[in-house]
Design a protein around this ligand. Structure first.
Ligand code: PEP
Ligand code: MN
Length: 270
């Protein structure tokens, strides 16, 4: 770890500047939300409108889906990215979406404000090098079997190409426990903060795989001083084409946003 991502001093923290009032890694707790997959125009517009009404500024939505089974919904690809961009623009939101193939990076450039590297691709060094050349922030998910050191090294691959605007995202690791989809490792928040100046956010949706656990784990993410959270929502989770069982509905989302604000204001007073 010898380049500029390593933390040297206490105040040495990277702030990702998306807009005048959208910064990740500063004092705010950033909320990113949206569906697991962009499914159709109506779905993504309904979600975008809802998020903008409740003050969420960054919309997530998968267009290229790294599904475990090749027989399940694989995402709408570039058609999905276009729908995502249109819905976001209409509601003044920023867009984050996963890119899986280095050959898609250039074509996807105009559709995304943050490029997501998924857990399965954290070790894809050709992809990391390619997105390291892009002048847009990268959200780097932790590989599901990656150690903290391997994760930080993946970030170094990106930074070495010139792009140091990297947000780390803990999304759970694989352990012997199978009650949950993954084991959400919240210890990495203080660990990463002591080792690196990069911001770190939590994904409690993939981190637990259970809707009922998304809310308590988000509360915990605020408490442990993560820089933000990214969670999946759907107007009708039971009808979602992917990850409905871990998606919140609108009512639960509203309640969670209110709780995040309340907990954050308590934490800020400590
Ligand atoms: C996702 O965020 O849509 C996703 C597929 O997550 P992960 O890479 O963490 O499995
Ligand atoms: Mn998902």
């Amino acid at each position: 770890m010898d380049i500029d991502l390593v933390k040297n001093k206490n105040e040495d923290k990277k702030i990702i500047d998306l807009d005048e009032d959208i910064k990740i890694g500063g004092k705010e707790f950033t909320i990113i939300s949206g569906p697991c997959s962009v499914e159709n125009e109506e779905q993504i517009h309904t979600i975008s409108k809802f998020l903008s009404e409740i003050g969420v500024k960054i919309l997530r939505g998968g267009a290229f889906k790294p599904r475990t089974s090749p027989y399940t919904f694989q995402g709408l690809g570039f058609d999905g990215l276009k729908l995502l961009r249109e819905a976001a623009d209409e509601n003044k939101l920023k867009v984050i979406s996963e890119i899986m193939d280095p050959r898609d990076v250039e074509k996807a450039y105009d559709y995304v404000d943050i490029i997501q590297i998924g857990s399965r691709n954290m070790h894809n060094y050709s992809l990391l090098k390619e997105i390291g050349k892009v002048d847009k922030p990268i959200l780097l998910k932790r590989g599901m079997t990656a150690t903290v050191k391997e994760w930080l090294m993946a970030a170094e691959y990106i930074a070495l190409e010139g792009n140091e605007d990297i947000i780390l995202c803990e999304r759970g690791i694989r352990t012997f426990e199978n009650y949950t989809r993954n084991t959400l490792d919240l210890t990495v928040v203080p660990i990463i903060k002591s080792l690196s100046k990069l911001p770190i956010i939590i994904d409690p949706s993939h981190g637990t795989g259970r809707r009922t656990l998304v809310i308590p784990m988000t509360r915990a993410a605020v408490t442990v001083s993560a820089d933000g959270v990214m969670f999946e929502i759907h107007p009708k989770p039971e009808e979602a084409l992917s990850d409905g069982f871990q998606s919140l509905d609108f009512k639960q989302t509203k309640k969670l946003i209110k709780e995040i604000k309340e907990i954050k204001s308590c934490i800020d007073k400590l």
